[in-house]
Write a protein that binds this ligand. Structure first.
Ligand SMILES: [Zn+2]
Length: 313
């Protein structure tokens, strides 16, 4: 059996969000080295603050300053920090209840090892040198033997508040497509579409997933399908995607390759977008170094009869 493929896969989406009055005050406060919580109707102080009372769901706006010192309520040791974590040496993830707050804030604690960390220990904020109005304005927490830090009595009013942030989300995977899709991808390198047939219902899955989800049986019989196929349904794309060098509008379609038991996705080219239709017969267009068709184009055959693909929509 050929080696199963694997490759790095990064899913990354910088997310721009507006803050609203409470989060704006909280993050602007961090920029100014002030920690603000919010007071609920029953007199508790929540840090980090929220906009609605978690018990009554009432809107809350009563900002109150808490201290930059606090107590660890629970923790976990992180022995192998990853990219963009607060510290690049091993550290503790801690929940810290700041002095004056009733809830705890998640952050990192810089400590020499797990033996130096315990629930109930006193800590204080180590501020980042450059602060922009983000949770990372707290560089981390550090052990602290003293008492409560002083508060300035800040009301949460700022000259130049932060109103939005970009929150980068990034997931690093090593992705393995498994046995069935490895065979599919390897066949694509030879410009062939190879699916797998279910031994029970006889449906041919392209791309194959290794099992028939209807029958719950493993698939292993390989079946070459296509190269021609039929557009079963389609949409016209009018929004240009970042980093994608395709002029809009263009058509993205479900294409049932001849012999396949379900449709796959592909872009339709070689025909004006407003002439693409259900039943259009197409064939793949391969580019030199790609491992999959760049797009599909009309073959010139008569359109397929609806009954031939009605089960593949
Ligand atoms: Zn089946």
């Amino acid at each position: 059996m050929p080696e199963v493929l694997k490759a790095p896969l990064v899913v990354e989406f910088p997310f721009t969000r507006s803050l609203g009055p409470v989060q704006s005050a909280f993050l602007t406060g961090l920029r100014e080295r002030v920690v603000l919580g919010v007071r609920t109707g029953d007199g508790r102080t929540l840090v980090p603050p929220v906009e609605y009372d978690p018990v009554t769901a009432e809107e809350i706006r009563d900002l109150v300053e808490v201290a930059s010192t606090g107590t660890v309520t629970t923790w976990a040791w992180n022995h192998a920090p990853r990219r963009d974590q607060p510290l690049d040496t091993p550290f503790a993830w801690v929940l810290v209840r700041l002095d004056g707050a009733d809830t705890a804030l998640l952050h990192a604690l810089d400590a020499p090892g797990p033996d130096a960390v315990h629930t109930g220990m006193r800590v204080r904020i180590r501020w980042a040198e450059e602060r922009t109005g983000a949770i990372t304005d707290i560089a981390c927490f550090e052990p602290f033997a003293g008492g409560q830090a002083e508060r300035t009595g800040h009301t949460g009013e700022f000259e130049d508040p932060v109103t939005g942030i970009v929150a980068p989300a990034r997931l690093d995977y090593t992705y393995s497509p498994g046995r069935a899709q490895t065979a599919y991808i390897n066949a694509l390198a030879d410009q062939r579409n190879v699916g797998e047939r279910c031994p029970s219902c006889r449906k041919v899955y392209v791309p194959p997933r290794g099992a028939c989800p209807t029958c719950g049986l493993a698939t292993s019989e390989q079946v070459e399908v296509g190269p021609h196929g039929t557009v079963t349904t389609f949409c016209i794309v009018n929004i240009k995607a970042k980093n994608l060098d395709i002029e809009v509008p263009y058509v993205y379609a479900h294409i049932a390759l001849d012999g396949a038991g379900l449709a796959l996705h592909g872009r339709i080219g070689g025909i004006p977008y407003d002439q693409v239709r259900m039943g259009l017969r197409v064939e793949p267009v391969w580019t030199e170094d790609a491992r999959y068709p760049d797009h599909y184009r009309p073959t010139g055959e008569p359109d397929a009869d609806y009954d031939t693909y009605r089960e593949l929509l």
